[in-house]
Design a protein around this ligand. Structure first.
Ligand SMILES: NC(=O)c1ccc[n+]([C@@H]2O[C@H](COP(=O)([O-])OP(=O)(O)OC[C@H]3O[C@@H](n4cnc5c(N)ncnc54)[C@H](O)[C@@H]3O)[C@@H](O)[C@H]2O)c1
Length: 250
């Protein structure tokens, strides 16, 4: 990395497992101080204990404004103002439009989309107090195309794209960059059980590793100093096109 994240305060949601956990580990390796948040308190506390003083864990359901205010206050009291926010928490809801309940649709948007909006709404004043920094929102290859049986998830991830661009326009003049990552299928508990089937269809013929997404995250936080409002894809080629078996391989 060309620019350092040493001693910078990074706030990560959904940090107890999966990609969020790997982001915390990667951030600690480069010297950042990390506020790890999640609803899985046991796993989150164990991670903070393992990684030592550079990590502080606190409970945060990202769909709850009051909990956001408490968590940001905790971050400031522990490490000082936040330099970077990573809106990583998310849930996957599977079902056709006909079969998904309105409650499940709303909950998916509450966590995946409203959660990121609330994060920016509440944490940006802290980032201003830090003197600037950046935000990374986590979308998905499902934010770039439709997927049958994933309507709620797809809608939430497409919504994050517009939100990211709008936030980048509003915050650019204050020196705060806002970018979006679109992971494809990555080896985490979210897709455990269906990952092998997905891997077969990937142009790179495998599932991605969380650390490969962490590398992209670190680049965006530290070194992508002239990029804002943009979308960065790390998907093994998932959205580049289709192989039509009918054409054979002449
Ligand atoms: N794994 C994939 O293939 C994949 C692909 C594209 C995008 N993503 C996205 O990457 C992000 C991380 O997912 P992951 O694969 O690590 O999944 P994961 O299920 O392993 O981790 C998600 C984390 O978010 C937390 N979380 C869930 N609801 C929450 C809430 N209301 N408030 C706070 N935290 C909450 C969970 O407890 C969990 O620790 C998500 O936004 C997901 O949509 C995942």
């Amino acid at each position: 990395m060309k620019h350092s994240l040493k001693n910078q305060v990074v706030f990560v949601t959904g940090a107890a497992r999966g990609m969020g956990e790997e982001h915390v580990r990667g951030l600690v390796r480069v010297g950042a101080r990390v506020v790890a948040t999640d609803v899985l308190d046991e796993a989150g506390k164990a991670l903070a204990k393992e990684l030592g003083d550079a990590v502080a864990y606190t409970h945060l359901d990202v769909s709850d404004e009051g909990q956001w205010r408490q968590a940001v206050a905790f971050a400031e009291a522990t490490f000082g103002p936040i330099h970077h926010l990573v809106n990583n928490a998310g849930i996957l809801t599977i079902g056709t439009i006909e079969r998904t309940s309105p409650e499940d649709f709303r909950r998916t948007l509450e966590v995946n989309l409203t959660g990121a909006w609330l994060g920016m709404h509440v944490a940006v004043p802290s980032i201003r107090r830090a003197g600037g920094g950046s935000i990374v929102n986590v979308s998905s290859s499902a934010g770039l195309q439709g997927y049958a049986n994933l309507g709620a998830y797809v809608a939430s991830k497409w919504g994050l794209r517009g939100l990211t661009k709008t936030a980048a326009l509003e915050l650019g003049p204050s020196g705060i960059r806002v970018n979006l990552i679109h992971p494809g299928p990555i080896r985490t508990p979210m897709i455990a059980g269906i990952d092998a089937t997905i891997a077969e269809k990937q142009p790179l013929a495998r599932i991605g590793e969380p650390s490969e997404v962490t590398d992209m995250l670190l680049f965006l936080l530290a070194d992508a100093t002239y990029s804002t409002g943009h979308e960065f894809i790390i998907d093994g080629g998932a959205v580049i096109g289709q192989v039509l078996d009918a054409l054979g391989s002449k």
